[in-house]
Ligand binder design. Structure first.
Ligand SMILES: [Ca+2]
Length: 350
């Protein structure tokens, strides 16, 4: 079953498919080789906020973060429901599959977040059991963790959980950095954005450190350019990742003992031979910012179906553009290769 084909209205998700052929040329982006690392950077404390069951890119982003333990201190995974992936439980179960396939269960937990929209949930934030409270309250607790470094929230679905957390407890604003995969800015549209547009304006109106990894279907400057084919996935990831027991049942059935084989199965269940790993690209630039180009702009607003520039706005956000596709896919392969031979981690089976 192709999840893209059942997403509500097929709106922006369909655009991803339409544009695949156009952006093949994006893989040929050339740039000078980045300088070699001179020292290991500190681990980044991170939550991945995902609509894990929507397509197949969330799973790769989650696995990538989990399988880079020397770079990421993963606090947990939070999920939200977008139009294409079923109810919140299906998103949570898919995230949990990936955590198990990465040998990080039960140490890394999955927290259920918002099914509805920011505007519909916001009036209930003062109650204890509002829609999404599991994820929202976890984000707030993690941001405040005593002795913890600033928390990165890697948001790769709609922004609802993040907006609700900022709204419920504005004191977390200076304690978090939000990196969101979303928008086709400066063009309108995009799946994560359209799944809750109101929350984007809300977050833009806060002072939180906000970085946007743009999607831009069909354009070489967005995460859409980070494409990979099933043949390449098979060749580069097959059999790779920590070996886990018992085997994990996939979302399409079948059993898997490593994430590399599950990745192949995810690709085998979409009709296109080549797909973009949008969410992976967003995760990769948190690990290595040299794999895309940052640009700081005055925060715009979205009104009446289009972006409104606010040139005098002192509030700034960062856009990430022009992704180094080969470096990102290469690092996914290296990450998986390393994880294949790594020692088991806390609480995780091999
Ligand atoms: Ca996603």
């Amino acid at each position: 079953m192709n999840l893209i084909s059942i997403s509500a209205g097929g709106f922006a998700a369909g655009m991803r498919i339409f544009s695949l052929g156009v952006i093949l040329t994006a893989q040929a982006i050339s740039r000078p080789a980045p300088p070699a690392d001179t020292a290991a950077p500190p681990r980044t404390r991170i939550i991945v906020d995902s609509d894990a069951n929507n397509e197949l890119d969330d799973q790769h982003a989650i696995a990538y973060v989990l399988l880079n333990p020397e770079r990421f201190e993963v606090e947990g995974i939070t999920v939200n429901r977008t139009a294409g992936g079923g109810d919140i439980e299906r998103h949570a179960r898919e995230a949990e599959r990936v955590v198990r396939l990465c040998g990080r269960s039960p140490a890394v937990r999955v927290y259920r977040g918002a099914s509805g929209s920011f505007d519909s949930i916001r009036p209930a934030l003062g109650t204890s059991a509002f829609d999404g409270h599991g994820a929202v309250d976890f984000i707030i607790r993690s941001a405040h963790r005593k002795g913890g470094a600033r928390l990165v929230i890697l948001a790769i679905g709609k922004l609802t959980n993040v907006g609700l957390a900022l709204c419920k407890d504005p004191s977390i604003v200076p304690r978090v950095r939000v990196v969101w995969l979303g928008t086709n800015y400066p063009a309108s549209g995009e799946y994560n954005f359209e799944n809750d547009t109101a929350v984007v304006n809300y977050v833009l109106g806060t002072a939180v450190d906000l970085e946007v990894a743009v999607v831009r279907y069909g354009d070489s400057t967005g995460t859409g350019a980070v494409q990979v084919s099933i043949d390449e996935i098979r060749a580069r990831l097959g059999g790779k990742g920590p070996r886990v027991a018992p085997p994990v049942v996939g979302r399409y059935g079948g059993t898997f003992t490593c994430f590399g084989d599950y990745s192949i199965d995810l690709f085998a269940h979409v009709k296109e031979k080549t797909r973009s790993l949008f969410d992976l690209a967003a995760a990769a630039i948190v690990k290595n910012p040299r794999w895309a180009r940052p640009r700081t702009i005055p925060a715009p607003r979205f009104e009446s179906g289009r972006w409104i520039e606010q040139g005098a706005n002192p509030r700034r956000i960062t856009l990430w553009e022009s992704y180094d596709r080969n470096a990102i896919i290469g690092d996914l392969e290296e990450t998986m290769e390393r994880a294949t031979h790594a020692l088991p981690r806390e609480g995780g089976a091999r």
